[in-house]
Design a protein. Structure first.
Length: 135
């Protein structure tokens, strides 16, 4: 049987932008929550601003991540009424702050490696070794 899945076009910058944005969303959401407690709409706006537009999650993407953070103990959620509307306000926990620091360390290792990547075999091997040693 043949695999009928459509392969990704790795020559398309939109593919790589999508992969990067998906990977960074959780990190930037933790980063946003470090500044203050906020609801999902504000989280999405802060993430977009902090990332310079590199990562701009929709509210539909933010809320499942916030629920995941709450379930994992990375954030707490409190219901509030603002102008007659119920809103869930999320606050980062100590566990969430620790996760942010670990994530930051991992992303800095990757960024350092990417800065070294070029076409020489020696650099490519160094990059491969650095990426394999993350975590």
């Amino acid at each position: 049987m043949s695999d009928k899945r459509k392969s990704q076009d790795l020559l398309n910058p939109l593919y790589w932008n999508s992969v990067i944005k998906m990977s960074l969303s959780k990190f930037f959401i933790l980063c946003a929550l470090r500044s203050k407690s906020m609801h999902g709409y504000d989280v999405a706006k802060v993430v977009e601003s902090q990332s310079g537009g590199c990562c701009s999650p929709t509210e539909g993407a933010v809320y499942p991540i916030l629920r995941e953070f709450e379930e994992g103990g990375y954030a707490t959620c409190k219901s509030e009424t603002v102008s007659g509307r119920g809103r869930k306000v999320y606050t980062i926990t100590d566990r969430g702050l620790e996760a942010f620091q670990i994530g930051l360390s991992a992303w800095l290792k990757i960024a350092k490696c990417l800065g070294k990547c070029d076409t020489s075999e020696k650099i490519q091997d160094k990059c491969k070794n650095d990426l394999c040693n993350i975590g």
